[in-house]
Structures are given as structure tokens and as C-alpha cells.
Design a protein around this ligand. Structure first.
Ligand SMILES: Nc1ncnc2c1ncn2[C@@H]1O[C@@H]2COP(=O)(O)O[C@H]2[C@H]1O
Ligand SMILES: [Fe+2]
Length: 276
């Protein structure tokens, strides 16, 4: 099996789209706290298609399916065909990996199982699995840490973007921050010797963060369905709309990025919902 995907381009900028946390259900009418997650996912995909952002690849950063159903993963595969670019993925805390792996591989179309991407001459992307089976918080196992270190050592001349589901920077929401990446210090120690690491990208927290941590650009992205309210110690939803993220990796190591939200439909959750 090939373990590295090489994306050849002579462009000075590589463009990525991130979609995250679609939480699809077996039933396409399935709702998460009042939002039909299939409908909001479709709307995000439609509006990505309508935008003039000419992306090279897509990153899907976990919680693809809420109920471990074959149907949810199969519809994900069908739906992302419209993106017409290779889709790379990582698991979130809600994903059932044996099924996810089988279905996403069998119905691959434009979906790749590869976790190491070389882009043009200057960049690489490292996709990590931070899932701890059966619980909402995250942890990078020793295999993930060793793999990350090995890839950074293999390509020290490349700028690196690290991608994982769980968050590192707090959301100032106690209920959600208990579900963070528990061993972010191990990640910090692993990355520290490699001066060309530039960014860390995650999903999971259903809200936007554009911050900084140890000199790395930290990006978290709205879900394609429900949004969590920032700075809320107990569970609370937001009326902000489903979204996605555009990222530009420049040849000099700069990352430019922006969050987009749907504009041609409105999804409002049941604001009284207190969890799932
Ligand atoms: N009321 C709640 N209190 C604490 N955790 C919750 C609550 N509701 C949901 N969660 C968990 O918190 C997680 C945050 O985002 P996820 O989509 O990964 O899935 C969520 C659930 O696993
Ligand atoms: Fe999650």
C-alpha cells in the first residue's frame, strides 16, 4: 500500500477546503438538536461548489457519522463526489473506525485513505488519529506520535500542517473543554524540534478558532450542522450557520485562511437542546 500521496503542482499557493463534523445519520431525515444534518451538509457542499475558491484537495476532519451506520458513511461517499477533488479524512470521537475505514475505502471514488500528503515542493500535511474509542476526549497514542515525528524527520525542508479532530486551545466552555486533546504537551514536544511546522487544524468544537499556540497557527472550524456557543460553561448552541474553511498554503510558509458560512439557506437548532 502506498502511504504517501503526492500532489504535483508548480503553483505558488496550494488551496484546501476543510469540512468537519457533518454527523450524518442512517435516516437522511435524521436531526441533531433540530437540525437535519444531511440537509445542512448538502447546503454546505452546494455553496462550496458555487464559490470561486479553486481548491486543490479537501480535508474532512471527523465526526462524519453520528450513529455508526453504513448508510451514513455511504451517503458521505456519494455526497462528496460533487467536490470533484480528492478528499482525505480522519476519524472523530463519534466515528466507528472499522466501518468508516471499510466503507470509505470500498466506495472510494475521490476519497483517499492516505494520511501523509506531499503538496508541490514546499508543503506536507500530516493527518492524525486522536480518537479514544468510546469517549469524547482525544489523545494521541504513541504510534501517532512516532509516525508524526518520523514524517517530520523525513521532510524537514517542507512546511507542515498537522490535522487532528480534537482541539488544543480552550473554547472557554467547561463542558466542551473536558473533551479536548488530553496530551497536547506530547504534541508540543514532538513538534518543537521542527522549525517548519506552521499550523494545526482541527474540528470537534463546532465553532471557529483562529489562534496561536507555541508559534503555530491554530484553526478550528464550524461544523456543517449545529454550532456550539463559545464562552459558555454549560452546553449551549449558537444560531450561527453551518460552515467550512478555506486555507491557502503559500510557498514561503504563510497560511492564509478564512471561515465561510452558508448564505442561501438558514438552519436553526432547537435552542433548548442540552446535549446529545
Ligand atoms: N451536555 C453535554 N455535556 C457534556 N458533553 C456533551 C454534552 N452533549 C454532548 N456532549 C459531548 O460533547 C461532544 C462535543 O462534540 P461532539 O460532536 O464530538 O460530541 C459531543 C458529545 O460527545
Ligand atoms: Fe467530535
Amino acid at each position: 500500500m502506498v502511504n504517501t500521496y503526492t500532489y504535483h503542482t508548480s503553483e505558488n499557493v496550494i488551496r484546501l477546503v476543510q469540512i468537519t463534523d457533518p454527523h450524518l445519520f442512517k435516516d437522511e431525515k435524521g436531526e441533531l438538536l433540530g437540525i437535519n444534518t444531511q440537509a445542512s451538509f448538502n447546503q454546505v457542499l452546494t455553496e462550496i461548489g458555487q464559490s470561486d475558491f479553486n481548491y486543490d484537495i479537501v480535508l474532512a476532519t471527523g465526526d462524519l457519522v453520528q450513529d455508526s451506520s453504513d448508510e451514513g458513511y455511504l451517503r458521505f461517499c456519494e455526497n462528496v463526489k460533487s467536490l470533484q477533488k480528492t478528499v482525505f479524512w480522519i476519524p472523530g470521537n463519534h466515528d466507528f473506525q472499522p466501518k468508516m475505514f471499510d466503507i470509505l475505502n470500498q466506495h472510494h471514488g475521490n476519497i483517499s485513505p492516505i494520511k501523509h500528503i506531499l503538496l508541490g515542493e514546499h508543503w506536507q500535511i500530516l493527518l492524525l488519529d486522536s480518537q479514544v474509542f468510546g469517549v469524547p476526549h482525544g489523545q494521541l497514542g504513541q504510534y501517532q506520535i512516532d509516525w508524526l515525528e518520523a514524517k517530520l524527520k523525513e521532510h524537514p525542508q517542507r512546511y507542515s500542517l498537522v490535522v487532528l479532530h480534537h482541539h488544543i486551545l480552550p473554547t472557554n466552555s467547561a463542558w466542551l473543554d473536558q473533551h479536548n486533546l488530553r496530551n497536547s504537551l506530547d504534541l508540543a514536544y514532538t513538534l518543537a524540534p521542527f522549525a517548519k511546522v506552521r499550523g494545526i487544524l482541527c474540528g470537534h468544537i463546532h465553532q471557529q478558532i483562529d489562534g496561536e499556540w507555541n508559534g503555530y497557527k491554530i484553526m478550528a472550524t464550524p461544523s456543517t450542522c449545529i454550532q456550539f456557543k463559545p464562552d459558555s460553561n454549560s452546553f449551549a448552541l449558537d444560531t450561527l450557520q453551518p460552515g467550512w474553511r478555506e486555507i491557502e498554503l503559500h510557498h514561503d510558509g504563510r497560511i492564509e485562511t478564512r471561515v465561510k458560512r452558508i448564505q442561501h439557506a438558514e438552519f436553526l437548532p432547537n435552542m433548548l437542546g442540552d446535549g446529545y
